[in-house]
Design a protein around this ligand. Structure first.
Ligand SMILES: [Zn+2]
Length: 433
């Protein structure tokens, strides 16, 4: 249906206000406008309000189908992905996940093992319509020596299809080894990566955060934290990160993931934290599927009572940048998932109520994570921009978010790609004991 080359016009498509720049058109209450898109040389040559009268005879009429820009997935773990068959989570808890993933890493994560699973993950993400992706890389010694070179090769291999970024991942206790941590920060900088740690409420948290910020400032790195992935209301490291950013005068980008405990805390505590997060300019990413899976996991025969996600509505109302992302895929932290950002959008809409009104929530899967990752011209559709978008069957939010849209058309640089999900059997030989 979409030509494989040349210039063409897609007529009568639905674009959303929150993901379209510079379009003079009438938007309906759901935020959609009917638009004609002219494609030439891999770019969007023109976006104009749909006008049947001026459409050329060979225009492709899409009858009001929704077109979204390609997705941006800003928090994933493609180094861990797909190890579930050989290393399941014994009880579905966070601690069960941490222990299982750690044991698998120590025993099995050779360069070849990591590379093959990463490539599998990226092929899935690409087929689903993702254009840019940030992964965390477990960087506990000696894994950093193995995974970072694999990542650098993978980024080259995938250049032009998926823009790849990586952040190192280690518990904040690892920062106590000053010499090693400085070496890691240097390695991350050499790979043009992002400096990341998992914060816990350790007694020396403030001092350790200062060291993290000092290294980020020294090497000009952005920061990416895993924070407060727990129901424990005493976990306030999101606030500690905001305070550390303010007193260190940090002016890079900071993305903080999870922040689950915030939604359990008393209102005054929450307000104080949100003030500081807004003032420090932090961005927050919620991982709704993984949080739903791990948080409030009970092994006493009782049913979970809360959703595990953080306070995205309150954050967005204060101007804090908010995103949602995939997080883990088929590993001990999450038994499911396929790096499909439409699934993330669909699940986030249900779990976090991205609806009634939808408003500008669709930015959370495209435009906002692109800003956080400093990707220009990604996550929005605009005249002059790349023709990288996804054509869905759905013509409304309820149609779009009710079915898997397995037959969506992914267009990259104006051409429909071959969407081929890798076969799980490819990984079988990596899964044997
Ligand atoms: Zn994560």
């Amino acid at each position: 249906m979409i030509p494989t080359s040349g210039s063409y016009r897609l007529a009568n498509v639905r674009l959303h206000r929150s993901l379209t720049l510079g379009l003079a058109a009438a938007f309906d209450p759901d935020g959609f406008a009917l638009v004609d898109i002219t494609i030439a040389n891999g770019k969007i040559a023109d976006l104009a309000a749909h006008d049947r009268a001026v459409a050329p005879a060979d225009a492709i009429d899409l009858s009001g189908r929704i077109v979204l820009p390609c997705f941006v997935d800003c928090h994933t773990h493609i180094d861990k992905g797909h190890i579930w068959p050989r290393k399941p989570n014994p009880d579905g808890t966070f601690m069960g996940a941490l222990n299982a993933a750690g044991a698998d890493r120590a025993a099995r994560w050779s360069a070849e093992d990591v590379a093959r699973r990463m490539d599998f993950s990226l092929r899935s993400a690409y087929a689903h319509g993702t254009k840019a992706l940030r992964t965390h890389l477990d960087s506990v010694p000696p894994q950093e020596e193995i995974s970072w070179p694999v990542f650098e090769t993978m980024r080259e291999t995938w250049r032009g299809r998926i823009d790849l970024q990586a952040a190192c991942l280690l518990g904040i206790e690892g920062v106590r080894d000053k010499v090693w941590f400085e070496r890691l920060a240097k390695r991350v900088a050499a790979a043009k990566g992002v400096l990341g740690v998992v914060t816990y409420m350790v007694p020396d948290l403030e001092e350790l955060l200062d060291r993290v910020f000092a290294q980020a400032i020294k090497h000009g790195l952005d920061l990416d934290f895993h924070a407060d992935e727990t129901e424990d209301i005493a976990a306030i490291s999101l606030k500690k990160i905001a305070e550390a950013s303010l007193w260190n005068g940090f002016d890079g980008n900071i993305l903080v993931g999870h922040c689950c405990s915030l939604s359990r805390q008393p209102d005054l505590e929450v307000l104080d934290t949100l003030d500081k997060v807004a003032k420090a300019g932090l961005a927050v990413v919620s991982l709704p599927m993984c949080n739903l899976y791990l948080q409030d996991r009970r092994n006493d025969g009782t049913t979970p009572r809360w959703r595990g996600v953080t306070l995205l509505h309150e954050m967005k109302a204060r101007g804090i940048k908010v995103a949602v992302a995939s997080d883990n895929t088929r590993d001990p932290f999450y038994a499911y998932g396929d790096l499909d950002m439409l699934e993330v959008h669909r699940m986030a809409t249900r779990i976090l109520h991205f609806d009634h009104p939808v408003g500008d929530w669709p930015r959370a899967v495209a435009a906002t994570p692109a800003e956080v990752m400093r990707l220009e011209g990604v996550g929005t559709l605009a005249a002059g921009g790349s023709a990288d978008f996804i054509v869905f069957k759905g013509r409304s939010w309820t149609e779009l978010l009710s079915r898997p849209e397995s037959n969506r058309i992914v267009v990259r640089e104006g051409m429909a790609i071959e969407r081929k999900l890798p076969d799980y059997a490819e990984l079988d030989e990596l899964m044997v004991e």
